[in-house]
Design a protein around this ligand. Structure first.
Ligand SMILES: *Cc1c(COP(=O)(O)O)cnc(C)c1O
Length: 373
């Protein structure tokens, strides 16, 4: 079988989505499935929808186009503020987009009119992450401008936490965000259909004891895909953390003595070298390297240690019986490793788990081809 490859258990992704939808639904919060870490892979997106996600979102228009090309007709939102140069593509393939710049918003309005459509706008508000977003004091003004533009429909507001600064949101920040939703409706008059509270880092808040106020949507990627809460890295109760497995092939085995200390001196930090510990004196080399994934984001198999990696080689020490050349070694990935591996041209994606619903003839034909993409 093709190596290196990612094996994806679609059933686990579907069940992770179901678990989150089941917990958040009673609190009035819908789940938008975020597909950017899997480059908009259509079957993975479908598993999210099958698990009850109310729509899909991605940060890149190329990923949205991939979903559309595979026959996805449901709602897809662009969650990174669009590039001015891509306004037409965004209006053509996305129901709505998150926005922070009035120049881009007016370009989207013009593009929607050219496309004879209405493009949904969700205004991204900066509540402390210090990445993208409109400052709360400017929100009312921009809201009014959006409402006056033909070709657009103001859908709601959103915010983002723990992306740049890595800090989990506080209940106080989210309460302030909910107040903003009420204020905007009071001042400008629109009903905000979507009040999107953030991503997977918001789950401890959303599943906590207190009321979740106006927030009625979360955009979830990592929690669905990896079953963990991003800030702590902890498993979320009842969720699968092993929906994805990276498999690489052994191309050399030896019992070379541990490298001499001189060999360890390497001025280039990327050419990482970690001395084997725990008596892992036998080494194997796998056909996979920095070009394929974030090596530091891999969990090593039991009894193995990472010795080092280069662009195309992964050197592992093991205290276990040495696998033979040609055998396969399996790794779990963190979010960074997953994101890089899914985008790597030499890594194939192998889908496991039969979808629960019978796909239409159209998507069925497609999915035969999509088994390895
Ligand atoms: C990536 C992203 C998300 C999803 O984040 P996860 O931590 O994967 O849940 C949500 N919103 C925005 C704007 C994003 O860029």
């Amino acid at each position: 079988m093709s190596c290196p490859r990612i094996e994806v258990d679609l059933g686990k992704i579907r069940r992770n989505t179901q678990t989150l939808v089941g917990c958040l639904g009673p609190r009035g919060i819908r789940v938008t499935g975020v597909t950017k870490a899997v480059c908009g892979h259509p079957a993975i997106a479908q598993a999210m929808l099958d698990g009850g996600a109310s729509g899909l979102a991605d940060a890149r228009i190329s990923n949205v186009q991939r979903l559309r090309a595979a026959g996805m007709t449901g709602s897809i939102t662009l969650i990174r503020t669009p590039m001015l140069s891509q306004a037409d593509q965004v209006a053509q393939s996305c129901e709505a987009s998150y926005n922070t710049e009035i120049l881009v918003i007016s370009a989207l309005a013009a593009a929607a009119i050219r496309n004879s459509s209405v493009h949904g706008i969700i205004l991204m508000v900066e509540m402390g992450d210090q990445r993208d977003g409109i400052l709360p004091e400017n929100l009312a003004d921009i809201t009014q401008q959006v409402m006056q533009m033909p070709g657009l429909a103001l859908k709601g507001i959103g915010t983002n936490f723990a992306c740049l600064n890595g800090l989990a949101p506080t209940a106080l920040q989210l309460a302030a965000f909910c107040d903003l939703a009420n204020e905007i409706e009071g001042v400008c008059g629109p009903f905000l259909k979507i009040v999107s509270g953030g991503g997977s880092t918001n789950l401890p808040w959303a599943l906590g004891k207190h009321a979740t106020g106006r927030v009625n949507d979360l955009r979830l990627g990592e929690a669905i895909l990896l079953g963990v809460e991003p800030v702590s890295g902890d498993q979320i109760g009842g969720m699968h953390t092993d929906a994805f497995t990276l498999v690489a092939e052994v191309i050399e085995t030896d019992a070379k003595p541990p490298p001499s200390p001189v060999a360890l001196i390497d001025p280039i930090p990327e050419r990482l070298r970690i001395e084997p510990t725990s008596g892992a004196s036998k080494r194997m080399i796998l056909a996979m390297g920095h070009q394929d994934t974030d090596i530091l984001g891999l969990s090593m198999p039991v009894g193995s240690t990472l010795i080092g990696a280069t662009s195309d080689h992964l050197v592992i020490g093991t205290s276990r019986p040495m696998p033979t050349v040609g055998s396969e070694v399996r790794f779990q990935m963190n979010y960074n490793a997953l994101m890089h591996a899914m985008a790597a041209p030499d890594i194939k994606v192998k889908l496991l788990g039969v979808p629960p619903t019978t796909p239409s003839r159209h998507t069925q034909g497609k999915s035969d081809h999509l088994a390895l993409v």
